[in-house]
Design a protein around this ligand. Structure first.
Ligand SMILES: [Cu+2]
Length: 202
């Protein structure tokens, strides 16, 4: 090999290395949701709306909702479209899971005892209330989203969405009782985006 060819080859390999190992720049979106007229600021889903030209593969691992102490835990579970959710029973008595909503294909998984689980794959965008026909007081929510960039507010109303690639996005909120809200967010790896929301009744 001629010396010139070697140099060209070395440069090519270096460029390929840069291409393969260059990191995707990503940042964080965080903020606060103020829920007017709700009991608390918790359980607001904040998510990046559909990104033009982007499709996301659902995770291979299922998400999980537990039934414990006659409650769905977590009370609100956001997932990427196509995700399978395992419904567990951690109580020493039977539970059922069903949903009247199209987002959950109006599924009725039947009832099952402690230590067992049944699953459902959510392939439609939207939200679904999950109920138990043995305990009418039980209620949980699955929120099916177009991107994997989402978070749920904590007791204070704070949220953090990590590892969002650099870009300009539309952020939206979902709450089981309050109306939706939205805002623009620009993410750069050098500055995290701060976006606050005020949610009110529809
Ligand atoms: Cu139950």
């Amino acid at each position: 090999m001629k010396r010139k060819d070697k140099v060209v080859g070395a440069i090519l390999i270096s460029c390929m290395g840069l291409f393969i190992y260059s990191p995707v720049w990503a940042g964080t979106i965080s903020g606060h949701a103020d829920c007017k007229g709700a009991k608390s600021n918790q359980w607001v889903v904040v998510y990046v709306d559909t990104i033009a030209g982007k499709e996301f593969s659902p995770p291979l691992e299922p998400a999980a909702v537990d039934q414990k102490g006659k409650e769905f835990i977590p009370h609100v579970l956001p997932i990427l479209k196509g995700t399978t959710v395992d419904f567990l029973n951690d109580d020493p008595f039977a539970h059922n899971v069903f949903s009247p909503d199209d987002t959950a294909d109006q599924v009725n998984l039947g009832s099952w005892k402690q230590g067992e689980r049944k699953s459902h794959t959510f392939s439609k965008l939207g939200n679904a209330v999950m109920l138990c026909n043995l305990h009418p007081e039980m209620e949980g929510w699955i929120v099916v989203l177009p991107t994997p960039y989402f978070a749920v507010t904590d007791e204070k109303g704070d949220y953090t969405i990590k590892d969002v690639p650099d870009g300009k996005y539309t952020l939206k909120t979902w709450h089981q009782k309050l109306g939706p809200s939205q805002s623009e967010a620009t993410v750069t790896s050098t500055a995290s985006a701060k976006v606050d929301f005020t949610l009110t009744k529809q």
